[in-house]
Design a protein around this ligand. Structure first.
Ligand code: FCB
Length: 440
């Protein structure tokens, strides 16, 4: 790595991130069925129709996994608490689920790791999916009840709480592009989900504040967009893509408005009275999480219906996901968030990482590409700090190779390799490199 801990401000947190459905093993502990189980069981959605039933069996092996974080010298762990584990039908409490998160948080504290909890990282209980999921406004209130329940149990010990992980993925990717559960391709469902997921964030914030919780925020994903050529049409396409992914959510949360060019596309599909929710959505947050992976170059797609745009392949080196590697984009979003939306509010890089076709050879995993990737992105974050962004931490995605959603277990993002036959964990060379860089 081309950086060391002391290159960052005092108190800067280094950590790694995971999410419940991707690692825990949803078959254990009385968790209920989720829309990811049914999406995966439907041919054509997920590679080899794989799901999260076993995943990394973190449910039983969490002590070993937390030891990996501790032994790397990490300060914090970003994890999520599964709604369907705590409330298998979305409403009824499963005591085993609460007990699990109780043990998990205690185990973090025993190891000196700061718990960064995410309330919703995508495993919507099937019973609520049956009622329309995020297209149904009622889901936002059920989410508020889940927020109350899990916070009553572990809120006294978590360091920070994020409401929603990546609302764009929850809504646009899942209801317009159909790539994630529930796999819809419907503009009306999309408009509703894009608003309701913001409302769910706002309702959860209110419930957290009612309980006196502090250090509450949200985690948004950002994708660097630029025109593929010099034509005005390409500039328009890039602007619209930027509005849909990068502005819709932060503008609602920080300013209480939506970008007009997206509202123009949604026309009459927004739920009635959405304007009345904007105050609830835009209440103050304590920090903002930035997830950043790649960039996209955009061109117009003439003749196609709104948003009438397409992605044009770029020329940069790519990861196993075919995502272009573009560290300058991280600097762009950190400084842009500070300048245009949140001022001096603490920012965390809550996800950044890369997938690679990693293999264990002679007991080791040689992944210099990942070491370079992390190093380049941390240097971009460092430059953003020098340029005025109040960045207070960085979480690598992910601690473990895990269930990469529609890509099943094929794409390996971990700094720790997982053999999905034996579940053996093998720290990769990048894990050791990170450990050396952040040693006190
Ligand atoms: C993000 C998700 C995370 C993981 C990474 C690669 O969109 O939050 O669960 O899938 O991408």
């Amino acid at each position: 790595m081309d950086f060391k801990r002391t290159d960052f401000p005092e108190g800067f947190l280094f950590g790694a991130a995971t999410a419940a459905y991707q690692i825990e093993g949803h078959g254990f502990g009385g968790a209920g069925p989720t829309h990811w189980d049914t999406f995966a069981a439907t041919p054509g959605n997920v590679i080899r129709a794989e799901d999260g039933t076993l995943a990394c069996d973190h449910y039983h092996r969490f002590a070993e996994d937390l030891d990996l974080l501790k032994n790397a010298g990490m300060d914090a762990y970003r994890f999520s608490t599964s709604w369907a584990r705590v409330m298998p039908d979305g409403q009824t409490i499963n005591p085993e689920g609460l007990d699990f998160y109780d043990r998990l948080v205690d185990a973090m504290l025993e190891r000196g790791l700061k718990p960064f909890q995410t309330l919703y990282h995508w495993e919507l209980p099937s019973a609520l999916a049956d009622k329309g999921g995020w297209t149904n406004r009622d889901t936002t209130h059920y989410f508020g009840d889940f927020t109350d329940t899990i916070t009553d149990r572990i809120g006294d010990r978590v360091h920070a709480i994020a409401t929603i992980n990546e609302p764009w993925c929850v809504s646009f990717l899942s209801h317009f592009l159909g790539h994630h559960a529930p796999g819809l391709r419907d503009i009306r469902a999309t408009a509703r989900a894009m608003h309701h997921i913001n409302l769910a964030h706002g309702i959860a914030m209110s419930r957290l504040r009612d309980k006196g919780m502090t250090n509450c925020g949200v985690v948004l994903n950002f994708d660097h967009t630029s025109p593929a050529d010099t034509s005005p049409k390409a500039a328009e396409a890039a602007n619209l893509q930027d509005a849909i992914i990068n502005r819709w959510f932060i503008e609602a949360i920080a300013k209480g408005t939506y970008p007009q060019e997206v509202l123009d596309g949604f026309c009459d599909h927004m739920p009635d009275g959405w304007q009345d929710d904007m105050a609830q959505i835009s209440q103050p947050i304590d920090w903002l999480g930035v997830n950043y992976y790649t960039r996209h170059q955009m061109a117009a797609d003439p003749g196609a219906p709104w948003p009438a745009m397409k992605t044009v392949p770029g020329h940069l080196a790519t990861t196993q996901m075919d995502w272009e590697i573009y560290p300058a984009g991280l600097h762009h979003f950190l400084t842009r968030m500070a300048q245009d939306y949140v001022g001096d509010l603490p920012l965390y890089v809550t996800e950044n990482g890369m997938a690679w076709d990693d293999r264990v050879e002679n007991g080791a995993v040689h992944d210099p590409e990942r070491t370079q990737f992390v190093s380049d992105h941390l240097l971009a974050a460092k430059q953003a700090i020098a340029d005025g962004a109040n960045v207070q931490g960085f979480f690598y995605w992910s601690l473990l190779d895990n269930y990469e959603w529609a890509f099943g277990y094929e794409k390996r993002f971990g700094i720790v390799h997982v053999d999905f036959e034996t579940l053996k964990r093998t720290p990769k060379a990048s894990y050791h490199a990170l450990k050396r860089a952040i040693a006190h």
